[in-house]
Design a protein around this ligand. Structure first.
Ligand code: ATP
Length: 886
């Protein structure tokens, strides 16, 4: 049914068997049971079989299977074992990739669940927060600015409610909503102003609404199948890996083709040569690279979530490692958002009670008594006022009976004011206003209770300044009597001609862990910047306490920004450490100015108006606790604890993840280069036989690739990542140093394998066994060498032993599994047959292990030399600096 808008509210209420106080828990549980959760059905997933077959679509695998079939046919069916093994290995490989994909998918789903939407609902007359999935038709929901509408609902009552319905109707201007009793049945979706639609956003005001449809029955559910699925785009790194993988495949194929050609010229068996070439291609093409990058990213994202940062979009993980500025809100992010009133100042002739009354009436926080002490639930700033009033005997509940509230103008950080309107017995109204002192003062006039001469005005500003200097957040209160309410309750009209009542100084202590986090930022070359709606002096005092503002850095206010052309802001942006009294609109300019100077900006936000800046920032961070759904929707990352230091930890993880991905790539490519080099050199040198047969090459791919590369991907974050400058976002992955390292280490792996082959052929084999022994030794060395080499890659420049040789349990496991698999092939007779290896004697084993472990000392020595060189360079640089200073 979709004519909910055209029937009287009462009838709708009756039909849904509901009432203004909401459903009972029992009713809602029964309806949930009957109608199912309020969710869109996810698209169906392809079956496992379809996905395994999908893996076989890879052209290289098809060629390989074709080649195997061909060789099977050519051998007259005798060599069926080889073909079967190839098939099995290919299938096992397919299953491994699918498991990995599933793993990554699960990790991402888990994250999605964590950031699943919530709804405020009235059940049995009590407001509570529940998962939006648990809503049922008949529920009464409470909506306020910043909420995502969780289900289709009929507006019951509202104040200045507006919704952005562009997601449903394409209309980009927010629609004014009202509790109109009936609308024409034929009204188009966008004109049903007494309805709010699931998936749209409340941009202003507040209201209550009656849920009429949930899940697939909502308007959103109807078009769900038409909507393009919100498919995660690839991250830049994933894209780059895809490209690299492609060009490397091309390179690999060319090498294989050349090898095949040379083999033919040398008169080798064409089919053998072809099978070897294709097997090499399959083994050496880093087809798993993009998948590994995805898994490492997804696992990293899980680790970040454990530390309180939920990354919504994978690319943010990479960007985090490049972040060079964090623009952070003050209240709740740098501070605890636990406010207590420390001081109350009233003007000459004013009364404390009047100020306290205004503070507790112009507030949505509720007073609660706990163990005889007043506490409050709701906005901490307002809570502090309510508690302060209670402490001095002004009880909110009692006063509200004397001063029934008839309307309100909610606080918004643009206006920096909030007002409540209360009916008086004589038919007039009293307006209580509270807000930022400098702004509220502009709206005050001389009045009977607090005449405000120029002198008084100065006194207020001085008191304000004195409190702010002590890092207190200052709230001013005022009132006004009205006989007629201004039309439409226009804020400008309501909040003028006010009588000043007093100033509250609120203390909000910094979060204890923030100071250390700020220090880590400075060390890591990341600039912490404070952006706050609070007063300049308050902001500066807190910033000084936290070491955010340092000598030579400035504070600037939103008012000053209004007079500053964007070019000037861009020019000077690096001088500013604190932006005070800004509105969300300024945030956008600030982000853009930093970006213009080449910075990668992380920016926090919580309100509806923060959304554009969050989107524009390189890493928009929404508050998980205090943030609105709109901010969360626009952000790249959600901070579950609203804490500044969580951003810093996320940056650290981001750097760690990037470096781990680099390690996984380093490992895979250097090993692949080793494999190609071995076979290619053997072909050119014309050994008469290949050092490795096709099954061995494929096996190698299975044993040495995925597990160690994944283990490198979960390396603990290396010490010292937060002592380097942020990575340049534009710099490529393959700098000269990295490419050089890949190349020589590949040659090392290949060289050691060839050495094993030679040793076997010329020295260690019994007569007549040369070929078989040399082949076995080369196969064993190449595999084990890669397993050992994985340990070297754990750090680019630190010694493995300084790092703790066994400090990555995943790597230890990968090594043991690889070793066990390889040893069983080398030692268990039936497997020896399958993989064409012969039993080795102790001298041969010794040679194999000696050569396979050789990369460890070799790399240790080169790392030590590198460190020495760097130390020399560093010393040289600092000597030059010293000289320059002198
Ligand atoms: P941040 O951006 O760091 O979170 P903030 O929370 O201090 O800063 P706003 O919420 O925009 O910034 O508040 C700005 C000013 O508005 C405060 O300094 C205070 O004077 C006033 N203010 C804050 N909350 C309220 C409220 N609930 N009612 C009335 N005035 C308020």
């Amino acid at each position: 049914m979709s004519d909910w808008h055209s029937r009287p509210l009462e009838q709708v209420m009756k039909e849904l068997d509901s009432r203004p106080s909401g459903l009972t828990e029992r009713e809602s549980a029964q309806r949930l049971e009957r109608l199912g959760p309020n969710q869109l059905e996810p698209p169906r997933k392809p079956s496992v079989l379809a996905r395994v077959l999908g893996q076989l679509k890879d052209p290289m695998i098809l060629v390989l299977l074709g080649a195997a079939a061909l060789s099977l046919a050519a051998s007259g069916g005798e060599d069926w074992l080889d073909g079967a093994i190839i098939l099995i290995i290919v299938l096992v490989n397919g299953v491994i990739s699918i498991t990995q994909e599933d793993h990554a998918q699960q990790a991402l789903e888990e994250l999605r669940r964590m950031s699943s939407p919530q709804a405020h609902v009235l059940r049995e007359g009590r407001a509570k927060k529940i998962s939006a999935a648990a809503l049922v038709p008949g529920d009464v929901i409470l909506l306020e600015a910043g909420d995502m509408v969780p289900a289709d609902a009929r507006v019951m009552e509202c104040s200045r409610l507006q919704a952005d319905e562009s997601a449903m109707t394409g209309e980009s201007v927010p629609v004014e909503k009202g509790a109109h009793d009936r609308l024409p049945e034929e009204a188009a979706l966008g004109d049903r102003t007494n309805m709010v639609l699931s998936g749209t956003m409340i941009t202003a005001g507040r209201g209550t609404a009656l849920v009429v449809a949930t899940g697939m029955d909502t308007q959103m559910g109807r078009i769900a199948n038409l909507l393009l699925e919100d498919k995660e785009g690839d991250t830049p790194l994933q894209r780059k890996m895809g490209e690299i993988s492609k060009s490397l495949s091309f390179l690999c194929l060319s090498v294989c083709a050349v090898m095949f050609g040379v083999g033919l010229i040398q008169g080798k068996n064409m089919l053998d040569m072809f099978l070897t070439a294709v097997s090499l291609a399959v083994a050496a093409i880093p087809e798993g690279l993009p998948a590994i990058v995805t898994i490492v990213l997804a696992l990293g994202v899980q680790r970040m979530a454990a530390r309180g940062a939920i990354v919504k979009k994978l690319p943010a993980v990479e960007t985090l490692g490049c972040a060079s500025v964090i623009c952070s809100d003050k209240t709740g992010t740098l501070t605890q958002n636990r406010m207590t009133v420390q001081e109350l100042w009233t003007p000459a002739g004013g009364h404390r009670r009047d100020a306290l009354l205004a503070g507790c009436l112009c507030s949505d926080a509720r007073l609660e008594w706990k163990a005889g002490a007043p506490t409050a639930v709701g906005d901490p700033t307002e809570g502090a006022l309510v508690v302060a009033a209670a402490r001095e005997g002004v009880d909110q509940e009692k006063e509200e009976q004397n001063w029934p509230r008839t309307a309100d103008l909610p606080f918004d950080s643009g206006r920096k004011l909030m007002s409540t309107i209360h009916a008086r017995e004589d038919g007039s109204w009293t307006v209580f206003v509270k807000g930022a002192p400098d702004i509220l003062l502009e709206r005050c006039v001389a009045g009977p209770r607090g005449p405000l001469s120029a002198q008084d005005r100065r006194a207020v500003l001085e008191a304000n300044e004195a409190m702010a200097q002590k890092a207190l957040r200052v709230i001013a209160v005022a009132r006004r009597e009205l006989h007629i309410l201004p039309p439409g309750l226009e804020p400008r009209a309501v909040e003028s001609g006010l009588t000043f009542l007093g100033l509250f100084g609120l203390m909000d202590p910094p979060r204890p862990e923030v100071k250390a986090a700020v220090a880590r930022c400075h060390l890591a070359g990341v600039r912490p910047v404070m952006i706050t709606g609070d007063h300049r002096a308050t902001a500066a005092a807190v910033a000084r306490e936290l070491d955010i503002i340092r000598p030579g850095e400035w504070t600037v206010t939103g008012g000053e920004l209004d007079f500053m052309p964007q070019e000037v802001l861009e020019e000077d942006i690096e001088k500013f450490a604190v932006f005070a009294r800004v509105t969300p609109e300024h945030k956008m300019r600030i982000v853009k100015a930093w970006q213009k100077r080449g910075h990668v900006v992380a920016m926090t936000g919580d309100g509806v108006n923060d959304a554009p800046a969050l989107k524009t920032a390189d890493i928009g961070c929404a508050m998980g606790v205090a943030g609105t759904d709109v901010a969360k929707g626009a952000a790249h990352m959600i901070l579950t604890d609203d804490n500044f230091s969580t951003i810093v930890s996320a940056i650290e993880e981001g750097r760690g993840i990037y470096s781990n991905i680099r390690k996984a790539i380093h490992y895979l490519l250097s090993c692949n280069i080793g494999e190609i080099f071995t076979i290619f050199a053997a072909t050119l040198l014309d050994f008469g036989q290949m050092p490795l047969v096709p099954v061995q090459l494929l096996w190698l791919n299975l044993v040495t690739d995925s597990l160690p590369a994944l283990a490198l991907g979960v390396e603990p974050v290396e010490e010292g990542v937060m002592e380097e400058k942020p990575r340049d976002a534009a710099a490529g992955l393959f700098d000269q140093k990295f490419s050089f390292r890949l190349a020589w280490q590949g040659l090392m792996v290949g060289g050691l394998t060839l050495a094993a082959y030679f040793l076997g052929f010329t020295r260690l084999a019994a007569p007549g066994m040369e070929g078989a022994v040399a082949n076995t030794m080369a196969f064993a060395t190449l595999t084990l060498c890669q397993l050992f080499h994985a340990f070297n890659v754990r750090s680019e420049d630190r010694s493995l032993f300084a790092q703790g040789a066994l400090s990555n349990p995943a790597m230890n496991r990968a090594f043991l599994v690889g070793m066990a698999l390889q040893l069983s092939v080398l030692l268990v007779p039936p497997l020896q047959g399958v993989f064409a290896v012969t039993a080795m004697d102790s001298a041969q084993w010794l040679a194999v292990f000696g050569l396979a472990a050789a990369p460890i000392p070799i790399c240790e020595i080169t790392k030590a030399l590198g460190r020495k060189g760097e130390r020399g360079e560093r010393e040289e640089r600092s000597a030059v600096r010293e000289k320059a200073k002198r």
